[in-house]
Design a protein. Structure first.
Length: 686
């Protein structure tokens, strides 16, 4: 409507030259945007002079611009029957269609008008605005340039060109052609230097492309008034968040909040408090964020941004159900809300409801075509469920003179969001370089994962282990079954049974020891960075021995990015029978260790991880000895479909085979997604 109203000045200039002095007050009302007064004025005038064409045109314009486009359309429709060849009436009738939002109907009428009157500025300008409203920006830009060529000094046409260029630039940005979008935005500065709309759009482009310094510099250019400085601070806070500098983001948001208190600008205050609470959430200050949201809800009841904040807080604190409820409340008021639609997709994903999450994302794309975040969300889901093959190869050696090489090839094919199939082949060859004993194992497995309910997964693997020690060969069935669930928020529980054959070294392979493990894993997370992990395993072996293992870890996440975790571990192992000449089987083994684990990004495509633990271990009544273990790895994403991982690890923890044991492993993983999309993707998109 803003660009359409600009045409008013064009007609006033034309009509005032033809009109009586008695109409000048009405012209002034129209020119100053006082459409209610203009409508009243021209209606009264027509009561005294009903056939005055100029007054009829002005009355029609006042009616249309005062919020009654259908009435204006009817008025001009009647006039065009009376004056079928009148250009002014024709162009006003066409414009009434624009007021009514009937751009498709206006387009052919304007096409005819510019064909009949190619040099009439009002016709060319109206046609350009029509094309712009239809988002045919390339053609609109061409026609608005023709309009400006007809009237180079006309300010309304230049303003129309600005909005056409803004729309056209946004189209390129959505298509991720950022260079072209930036060029179009910067072109506007030739007409409107340092235009505020352009600066905000440029800053947004820089945020999308993660050019944080450029975004901050643009916001500083925008901050030429006290109010604009608050808008700029809100943008800079978001830029710091994108840079993952959350503490600075909160400091900037707090500054903006302090400044906005000086003004009574309702909308600016809302935007500022919205960013402030977001910054609290980014910094995991959840209690303070919740109190602030509750306080704001008293002042700004039933506002979508309050609902969105509650939803965001829910996602960060593991309360996906509350998030979905709040996004549904947003959509109940505005079904086209971007935050509501894509936010709901994220909440459904967090609830492990994958198909509904897909559909919510597709709904977002139906409203916001090619929107980058929605496309990225769909791609994230696709990559999780795209068939893959992974090759894992490693070389190990220890101070017991054992060396080994193994390779494991796994093919993973999700056939739906509930079913996932897996086939793997594992080969390991090992040798003791002192005794000369050699052995190898071949393990073939087939697995099926079935999601019983959201966040409740049953994983089953069956297969066989064929092992050869020197000239002897045997085959044993193997089985692994796990029930993985989340009984409560921020809790994970795994119950499992596994039947495996010991194949760590040649001597163990010779003994054909089959182990039956009954296990429980439990992890408790919190919203204050503290976590607790516990593992319990009872093992029954084919040699009639049994083992019980307890491992528990209390840890604290010191930083989120990079993720730095510190903690203390305790491990207890006991065997019913002690067979020290066969394998490590103490009556009692205990270990306490301090550990640190760090994970982060070296670049957009390269991730690193490193962990180390040190402490004391005690075997039965022997003196305490120190333990140390460490692992480091580097993963590189060559493309969306191909990644590689190189790692190494060392341990001298006695629970592996014997006290004083040292073990080293160097490995490599290569993962390839061998289709572009999940096999079920077409059905999801229906």
């Amino acid at each position: 409507m803003k660009t359409v109203r600009l045409i008013t000045a064009v007609f006033l200039f034309t009509l005032m030259g033809q009109a009586q002095e008695s109409l000048e007050n009405g012209f002034t009302y129209l020119e100053n945007g006082k459409f209610q007064q203009a409508e009243t004025f021209f209606k009264a005038y027509l009561d005294t002079d009903p056939e005055n064409k100029t007054a009829q045109i002005c009355y029609g314009r006042a009616v249309g611009l005062n919020g009654s486009p259908q009435k204006a359309k009817a008025l001009f429709g009647g006039l065009i029957k009376t004056y079928p060849q009148d250009f002014e009436i024709a162009v006003n009738y066409n414009e009434s269609l624009l007021w009514a939002g009937d751009y498709k109907a206006a387009k052919p009428l304007y096409e005819k008008l510019v064909a009949d009157y190619p040099n009439r500025f009002a016709a060319v300008l109206g046609y350009a605005n029509t094309l712009s409203n239809l988002k045919e920006y390339k053609a609109a830009l061409s026609w608005i340039n023709k309009a400006i060529a007809l009237a180079p000094e006309n300010g309304s046409a230049k303003i129309s060109r600005k909005y056409i260029q803004l729309g056209y630039a946004n189209e390129f940005v959505n298509a991720q052609d950022y260079a072209q979008g930036k060029a179009l935005l910067q072109d506007i500065f030739s007409d409107f230097p340092e235009d505020k709309d352009v600066l905000l759009n440029l800053a947004n482009l820089y945020l999308i492309t993660k050019q944080v310094d450029s975004a901050k510099a643009t916001y500083k250019r925008y901050a030429t008034t006290p109010k604009d400085s608050i808008t700029a601070l809100n943008g800079i806070a978001l830029a710091e968040h994108i840079r993952e500098n959350e503490k600075v983001a909160l400091q900037v948001a707090e500054t903006a909040k302090a400044k906005v208190a000086r003004f009574t600008d309702f909308e600016l205050t809302e935007r500022t408090y919205d960013r402030y609470v977001q910054a609290l959430i980014w910094n995991r200050k959840f209690v303070k964020a919740r109190k602030q949201i509750d306080s704001l809800a008293q002042v700004y009841p039933d506002r979508n941004w309050i609902l969105a904040l509650r939803a965001t807080l829910g996602l960060y604190t593991g309360d996906a159900k509350t998030s979905e409820q709040n996004y549904n409340a947003i959509l109940a008021k505005d079904s086209t809300s971007f935050d509501g639609n894509l936010g709901k997709a994220n909440a459904l994903f967090a609830s492990d409801r994958i198909l509904p999450a897909y559909r919510a994302a597709f709904q977002t794309l139906a409203i916001y075509e090619d929107q980058k975040d929605a496309l990225g969300f769909v791609e994230k889901l696709n990559l999780m469920y795209t068939p893959s093959v992974e090759e894992h190869a490693a070389y190990t050696f220890d101070n017991g003179n054992n060396v080994a090489f193994y390779t494991n090839t796994t093919t993973d094919v999700p056939i739906s969001t509930k079913f996932r199939t897996r086939v793997s082949y594992f080969y390991r060859t090992t040798e003791n370089t002192v005794t000369g004993n050699t052995a190898n194992s071949h393990v073939v497995l087939a697995g099926l994962d079935y999601k019983l309910f959201p966040k409740t997964l049953l994983k089953t693997v069956v297969g066989f282990n064929n092992s050869r020690f020197m000239a002897d060969t045997y085959t044993q069935p193997v089985l692994d079954a796990k029930l993985m669930l989340q009984p409560l928020k921020l809790q994970n529980l795994t119950l499992g049974y596994q039947r495996e054959v010991q194949n760590f070294n040649a001597d163990l392979i010779e003994r054909e020891i089959v182990q039956n493990h009954y296990g429980l894993n439990y992890n408790l997370g919190t919203n204050f960075n503290l976590g607790w992990y516990t593992r319990l395993i009872h093992t029954e072996q084919s040699d009639a021995n049994t083992r019980d293992l307890l491992f528990t870890s209390l840890y604290y996440t010191l930083f989120q990015k990079p993720a730095l975790k510190l903690g203390v571990n305790y491990q207890y192992i006991t065997f019913r029978e002690q067979l020290p000449t066969v394998y490590f089987s103490p009556e009692q083994y205990q270990a306490v260790e301090l550990f640190a684990d760090i994970r982060g990004n070296l670049s957009e495509k390269t991730r690193y991880r490193a962990s180390a633990a040190t402490g004391l271990q005690k075997v039965e009544e022997d003196p305490n000895t120190t333990l140390f273990r460490a692992e480091a790895g580097l993963q590189h994403q060559f493309s969306k479909y191909l990644s590689a991982d190189l790692y190494g690890k060392y341990s001298n923890i006695a629970s592996a085979t014997a006290a004083g044991f040292e073990f080293t492993e160097i490995g490599f993983k290569l993962k390839w997604l061998f289709t572009k999309k999940p096999v079920f993707y077409a059905k999801v998109g229906e």
